[in-house]
Ligand binder design. Structure first.
Ligand SMILES: [Cu+2]
Length: 234
């Protein structure tokens, strides 16, 4: 798998008529995946229960959105984005073709869109091994090294106690993606912890493979009590 920065790979291309989206309101981003035969791809294999994983992030790695768009019969996808702040955004489509030359290939393609207005750059928060979200403390354990897969665990606690009521989300107890400062290279860190019947926690494990050195912004998503939480750390 590449770094997700190209709009085309192995004959597949992410296409969209959209180069600009409005700021400050919910908006729809439409796109298609064109196959090596020049036609829109309509057959996709489910990956972590979804046929398409879509991400949007601003160039300063703020404003992360992770969505599951819907596909029309002609292969056109619509992602319903929440309000965007002005700036340059990168949109990623992560999918596995289920027919044709690229059947079974794990592909991540991206494009950029401009959101007009006065863009305020958010400085990348300092590197930290733990962060807080919605009353939960999320701590990443493990040494991350560029280009090598490393086992990594994420510990989730609340009020000083390990959390054991994680609910399955996309066939896992925690979903982890990372974006590289500067070029917005993408990494999806694959979960090692299988979902069993019932709840999980407090330490979901991953194989963390970050393709290049530098600063990465990690987004960890987990679900408790039917609510999705997104923790971010550098
Ligand atoms: Cu997804």
């Amino acid at each position: 798998m590449g770094d997700g920065l190209a709009d085309a790979q192995d004959g597949y291309k992410l296409t969209s008529m959209t180069t600009e989206l409005p700021a400050g309101k919910d908006t729809a981003y439409k796109f298609q995946i064109m196959g090596p035969d020049g036609k829109p791809v309509t057959a996709f294999a489910a990956d972590q229960t979804k046929k398409m994983h879509f991400y949007a992030i601003r160039s300063d790695l703020a404003g992360f959105q992770h969505l599951h768009p819907t596909m029309a019969g002609d292969g056109s996808w619509t992602a319903g984005l929440s309000s965007l702040e002005p700036g340059t955004w990168r949109t990623y489509a992560s999918f596995i073709p289920d027919s044709g030359e690229g059947k079974g290939k794990d592909l991540v393609l991206s494009r950029t869109v401009t959101v007009p207005g006065e863009a305020k750059k958010t400085p990348l928060p300092e590197a930290a091994s733990s962060t807080e979200v919605d009353g939960y403390t999320v701590t990443v354990k493990g040494v991350l090294m560029a280009g090598m897969a490393h086992p990594t665990t994420v510990s989730i606690s609340k009020d000083g106690k390990p959390v054991t009521d994680l609910q399955p989300y996309l066939d896992t107890y925690a979903h982890l993606t990372a974006f590289h400062e500067g070029d917005q290279a993408f990494a999806h860190l694959h979960p090692e912890t299988e979902t069993k019947d019932g709840n999980g926690g407090p330490d979901p494990a991953f194989q963390a493979l970050l393709p290049k050195p530098g600063s990465w912004r990690m987004f960890l998503q987990f679900r408790t009590g039917g609510k999705l939480h997104t923790a971010a750390l550098t």
